[in-house]
Every structure is written in C-alpha cells, then in structure tokens.
Design a protein around this ligand. Structure first.
Ligand code: HEM
Length: 131
C-alpha cells in the first residue's frame, strides 16, 4: 500500500528529513537524520529541534520560528542556508539546511531537509591546499 511505500522512501533517503510543529517540537525524524545527528528517533521525537544545533541558535530558535509566524517573512524557508549541526556527542558538523512549510489541521508544519557537508568541506580544503 501507499503508506508502506512512503515509509520505505523516507527510510531510504540519504538526506535527513525532520518535521517540526509551530512550537519547534520534532514530529518526524528519518533514519538518515538519526545517523547524521547520532540520536535514535525516539530520543528526539517530541523534543525541541534546537537540541540539534549549537549556541547561539539553540537559545534563539524558538524566537526565529515565532518571528516567522508573526511576520510571515522567511529567512531560511525557500532559501536554504549552510549551518552547523550539533551531534549527540557534542561534535559540530557543517550541513545544508532547506526548510519548507505546509498547513494541516489549522496548523503550520515545517519540513527540514539536512545534508551533511563534512566530506564536501574536506575535499574543498584539500583542493585549496593544492592551489
Ligand atoms: C529559522 C538555524 C534546523 C525550521 C532559523 C534561523 C536560523 C536557524 C539561524 C533564523 C534565520 C534568520 O533569522 O536569519 C538552524 C540551525 C539548524 C536548524 C543551525 C540546525 C539543525 C531547523 C530545522 C527546521 C527548522 C531542522 C525544520 C524542521 C526553522 C524555521 C525557521 C527557522 C521554521 C523560521 C523561518 C525562517 O526564518 O525562514 N533556523 N535551524 N530549523 N528554522 Fe532553523
């Protein structure tokens, strides 16, 4: 059935998919996101997405979402940005973040796609050393 197929697709994606609600609480956390951030999905589900980032964004992220909900003015949604993620073990890593938005049950939901840039950065650094 189509639900099982959708689940298989989500489980197979290389980029991480993270869905949050208007409060920033994680509602979906795919296996690739779990590998990237070093958490099991059940450690993250229902917790604030700010857990996955370093300061100062960790403290400010609720306000970022609040500002967007008030003003409707996107800073990352539909634009994307290179940011740092924070793994469970505290290590930081570069990632590309894109965020989309949908409405359901009179609420807004945000879908983040995370791509680990660690290997790409290492390659860039090596190429820079050669030149
Ligand atoms: C806004 C950082 C993950 C959803 C922002 C902003 C920053 C940020 C800096 C505000 C941009 C500005 O005002 O200039 C991060 C970092 C992440 C992360 C470092 C690392 C894990 C996520 C994820 C989602 C998400 C996974 C969604 C599932 C949002 C939303 C906004 C926002 C909805 C407000 C809308 C906007 O500014 O376009 N984030 N974020 N963030 N972020 Fe995150």
């Amino acid at each position: 059935d189509s639900e099982a197929t959708l689940r298989a697709v989500l489980d197979t994606l290389v980029d991480g998919i993270i869905v949050i609600d208007e409060q920033g609480l994680v509602q979906l956390f795919t296996p690739a996101a779990a590998r990237m951030f070093g958490y099991h999905a059940d450690e993250v589900l229902g917790r604030n997405v700010a857990l996955l980032m370093p300061s100062p964004h960790r403290e400010e992220h609720d306000a970022y979402i609040g500002r967007y909900l008030r003003t409707g003015e996107p800073r990352i949604i539909g634009i994307g940005r290179e940011v740092q993620g924070r793994r469970k073990d505290g290590r930081l890593f570069p990632l590309h973040l894109s965020v989309g938005e949908f409405r359901r049950h009179q609420r807004r939901w945000f879908v983040g796609v995370t791509r680990d840039l660690t290997v790409r950065k290492q390659t860039e650094d090596r190429l820079l050393m050669l030149s």
